[in-house]
Design a protein around this ligand. Structure first.
Ligand code: MG
Length: 389
C-alpha cells in the first residue's frame, strides 16, 4: 500500500483513540493515539494509525530496498546462504514483535523501529563504516545509526512538501537514542540519569542483539569459518545443542545446527520476556513517561543469560570477525571505498541528485559520505571497477 497522502493540508496530527490499542496495550506501552505527531503536520489516515504509516513509508523507501544487497558481516563472494541486512532486519522485526506482544507493548511502533534500525548502514558492513568514519573525521565522523536519521529526515525524497519521510517523533527519538548509545543492553548506564528510551525502543535493541548472536554463529559455520565443535565452547550453544538433541532422535550435522540455532533464539527470547516481566512488575510503570524517566533499561536479559551472550559474542569476535578471510575481505572493501571517497571528493560537481544539494549546505566531504553510504555492496564494487577501468 502506498502512502501517497503526505501532501494533505495541515490539520491536527493526533490519532483518535483506537479501541484496539485500549484493549490490547499495557499502560506503559506507547499508544499511537498519544503520538507527539510529525514535524510537518499531516491529516490523519482513514484506517492506519501513525505508526502503521511510518512502517509503510520505511518499507517503500529506496534505502530499505537497498538493504537486500548490503552485507551484514561477510563480504565478497560467499554464496547466498548467509544473512543480508534485509533478512537480518526482518529477523529483528519478527523477534521484536514476539517480545512486544508478550509484554503488551505496541507492535505497530516496534515494527517501524525495527525496520528502520539498520537503514543507515553503508556498503561492506562495519568495514565500510570504519572507512567512512575515518574519511569524515573532521566533519563529525560517520555512524550508521546517525546516518539512519539523515536518511529518514533528509536524504529520502519521496514527498514534494518536505525532505525525508516525515516519520512520527517517537520513531525519530528511538533512532536518536540508538545513535547516542551503541547498545542499550551492553552499555553501563548512569544510575541517576534517565535512559530516555520507550520500552518499544528497548525491545528492538534487545531483539537486534539476539538476532545477530544466533545468525552470525549459523552463517559462520555455513561459511566454514567456525566449526560446531568450536561453538561448543560457548555455554549458551552447548546447552541449546543439548536441548536440540533431546528433542530430536537423530540429526545430521546440518539439521543439528539449525535445530540448535532455533533453540538459541528460543532460549534468548524466553529469558528476555521473563526477565522483562519481572522488572516491569517491580517498577509498575503507569505510563510511557514513567518509563522514560527511569534510569534502568527494563528490557534486557537476565544476568545469567547476559553472561552467556557475552561469552558467545567474544567467541564470534575472536574466531569469526577476526578470521583472516574476513579481515582480508574487509581490507579490500575498505580500500575500494576510500578510493571512491577520494575520487568524488575531488569532483563534487559530478555527484547525482540529491547529493549535489548536500555539497552546498554541508560541503563535499559529507555529500560524498552520504552518496557512498547509500550504495549497495554490488553497486559500490561496480562503481569502483569503473574508476579503476
Ligand atoms: Mg541490526
Amino acid at each position: 500500500m502506498m502512502d501517497d497522502d503526505a501532501n494533505a493540508e495541515s490539520v491536527p496530527t493526533g490519532f483518535t483513540v483506537d479501541p484496539r490499542e485500549t484493549a490490547l496495550l499495557a499502560p506503559y506501552a506507547m499508544a499511537g493515539s498519544d503520538s507527539a505527531g510529525r514535524l510537518h503536520p499531516e491529516r490523519q489516515h482513514a484506517y492506519r494509525n501513525p505508526f502503521q504509516r511510518d512502517r509503510d513509508r520505511i518499507i517503500h523507501s529506496s534505502a530499505f530496498r537497498r538493504l537486500a544487497h548490503k552485507t551484514q558481516v561477510f563480504i565478497g563472494d560467499m554464496g547466498d546462504y548467509h544473512r543480508t541486512r534485509l533478512t537480518h532486519t526482518l529477523e529483528v522485526a519478527s523477534i521484536a514483535r514476539t517480545v512486544g506482544r508478550a509484554l503488551r507493548l505496541n507492535e505497530d511502533l516496534i515494527e517501524p523501529l525495527a525496520l528502520a534500525h539498520d537503514i543507515g548502514h553503508p556498503p561492506f558492513g562495519h568495514a565500510g563504516e570504519d572507512v567512512l568514519n575515518a574519511c569524515l573525521r573532521d566533519e563529525g565522523g560517520f555512524n550508521h545509526n546517525q546516518q539512519a536519521l539523515r536518511i529518514v529526515e533528509l536524504l529520502e525524497t519521496r514527498y514534494p512538501n518536505f525532505p525525508g519521510l516525515n516519520l512520527s517523533r517517537e520513531i525519530l527519538a528511538g533512532q536518536r537514542t540508538r545513535a547516542q548509545k551503541r547498545s542499550m543492553t551492553d552499555t553501563p548506564l548512569s544510575p541517576t540519569s534517565p535512559q530516555d528510551a520507550l520500552l518499544e525502543v528497548q525491545v528492538v535493541d534487545a531483539a537486534d542483539s539476539i538476532a545477530y548472536d544466533a545468525h552470525d554463529a549459523d552463517d559462520a559455520v555455513e561459511l566454514g569459518l567456525l566449526s560446531l565443535h568450536d561453538l561448543e565452547e560457548s555455554e549458551l550453544w552447548r546447552q541449546a545443542g543439548h536441548s536440540a538433541r533431546k528433542r530430536y532422535a537423530a540429526l545430521d550435522p546440518q539439521q543439528f545446527r539449525r535445530a540448535t540455532v532455533h533453540e538459541v533464539i528460543d532460549r534468548l527470547v524466553s529469558d528476555l520476556i521473563q526477565a522483562a516481566q519481572r522488572r516491569l512488575a517491580a517498577y509498575g510503570f503507569g505510563s510511557p513517561a514513567e518509563v522514560l524517566a527511569c534510569s534502568d533499561v527494563a528490557i534486557r536479559p537476565s544476568a545469567g543469560v547476559c553472561e552467556q551472550k557475552r561469552e558467545l559474542e567474544q567467541l564470534l569476535f575472536e574466531r569469526v570477525y577476526r578470521h583472516p578471510d574476513v579481515l582480508s575481505q574487509r581490507r579490500l572493501a575498505g580500500d575500494a571505498l576510500r578510493a571512491m571517497f577520494d575520487h568524488w571528493q575531488a569532483r563534487p560537481a559530478t555527484l547525482p541528485e540529491p547529493f549535489d544539494r548536500i555539497v552546498a549546505i554541508e560541503g563535499a566531504r559529507r555529500a560524498v559520505g552520504d552518496y557512498l553510504a547509500c550504495m549497495t555492496d554490488r553497486y559500490a564494487l561496480e562503481a569502483h571497477a569503473c574508476l579503476e577501468g
